[in-house]
Design a protein around this ligand. Structure first.
Ligand code: CP
Ligand code: NVA
Length: 334
């Protein structure tokens, strides 16, 4: 059956079949090829998109802007302070207005429900650029990166270490289940995903041959892993007060060379970025000043040895955000 995603929103991977996800990954690879061979691909000339950001961003914003322009579209960016949305105007009213101006809407913010309302009320495709619950565009880039390294996705042992119920880990759980991969969430039990999401992933896994494991044991969890993935310990929107407890909970799950050595010889290290892998950031320095006497925080979720080491693919992964966001927009708007 040919894949047709025209007019669809992209809110969470749960809404997409394995074939549709694979199609987007392969389309991302094709857009990467077009860019590398300097082949023009302004296939969406004349269309207009708007990018709504209620949280900060480097990769996602720049990916949507560059991808939109290279596809020939006009792009409007609205930062958290510069629209009426949510403050003087409801999300639903905003959606109805923007749907009359634009062919597609990107939203990064807090509540997953907001991106659903935008999709329900705007009448145009809406792309989730990260909410508190999910980060679906990150997934297509991540899976393209895995595919580039191993040539396939099915059967890959994919280990997420750290806060296993954040937006990125939730999305990886669903994506791995949909694609027949072996997902391991390695972190403290109190930070495992909601039971409901685990059940949903298990149901997908039954259809694809995927397996899903959660463990607190680093040695067992990371043994022979093909991919070791981590993310920051405190996500956007969480209060600063959680740092102390989160460091206590997640310090044992820092990705070090010992973790990499326990994995497969060809393991790749991945991170959605941004990362606190050194002390070159304001927040990294502040957290180190407060808690650095008890913990080695020169590198929180991962240290430089791994982040800059030969197994790391973090910057390929970041680049793939742009190619794969192009794929998502093209597939839903062409
Ligand atoms: N990975 C990611 O979404 O990065 P940004 O927060 O910079 O967009
Ligand atoms: N979990 C992180 C991902 C950033 C891309 C956050 O939400 O801040």
């Amino acid at each position: 059956m040919p894949i047709n995603l025209l007019g669809r929103s992209f809110l969470t991977l749960s809404d997409y079949t394995p074939e549709e996800i694979q199609y987007l990954i392969n389309l991302g690879a094709e857009f990467k090829r077009l860019k590398m061979t300097h082949t023009p691909h302004n296939y969406l000339e004349g269309k207009q998109i708007v990018l709504l950001f209620e949280k900060t961003s480097t990769r996602t914003r720049c990916s949507f802007e560059v991808a939109g322009r290279e596809l020939g579209m006009g792009v409007t960016y609205l930062d958290p302070g510069s629209s009426q949305m949510g403050k003087k105007e409801s999300i639903a009213d905003t959606a109805k207005v923007l749907g009359r101006f634009y062919d597609g809407i990107e939203y990064r913010g807090f509540d997953q429900r907001n991106v659903e309302i935008l999709a329900e009320e705007s009448g145009v495709p809406v792309w989730n650029g990260l909410t508190d619950d999910f980060h679906p565009t990150q997934m297509i880039a991540d899976m393209l990166t895995v595919q580039e390294n191993f040539g396939h996705l099915k059967g890959i042992k994919f280990v997420f270490m750290g806060d296993c119920r954040n937006n990125v880990s939730n999305s990886l759980l669903i994506t791995c289940a949909k694609l027949g991969m072996h997902f391991v969430g390695c972190g403290p039990k109190e930070l495992w995903p909601k039971e409901e999401l685990q059940e949903k992933a298990k149901a997908f896994a039954e259809e694809t041959g995927a397996t899903i494991t959660f463990t607190e044991d680093v040695e067992e969890g990371t043994k022979d892993a093909d991919v070791i993935y981590t993310d920051i310990w405190v996500s956007m929107g969480e209060p600063d007060e959680v740092w102390e407890q989160r460091i206590q909970q997640l310090y044992p799950y820092k990705v070090t060379q010992k973790v990499i050595d326990n994995a497969s010889d060809d393991v790749i290290f991945m991170h959605c970025l941004p990362s606190f892998h050194d002390l070159e950031t304001t927040i990294g320095k502040e957290v180190n000043e407060k808690f650095g006497d008890k913990y080695d925080l020169n590198g929180m979720e991962v240290n430089d040895e791994v982040f800059l080491g030969k197994h790391s693919r973090v910057f390929d992964e970041a680049e793939n955000r742009m190619h794969t966001i192009k794929a998502v927009m093209y597939a839903t708007l062409k």
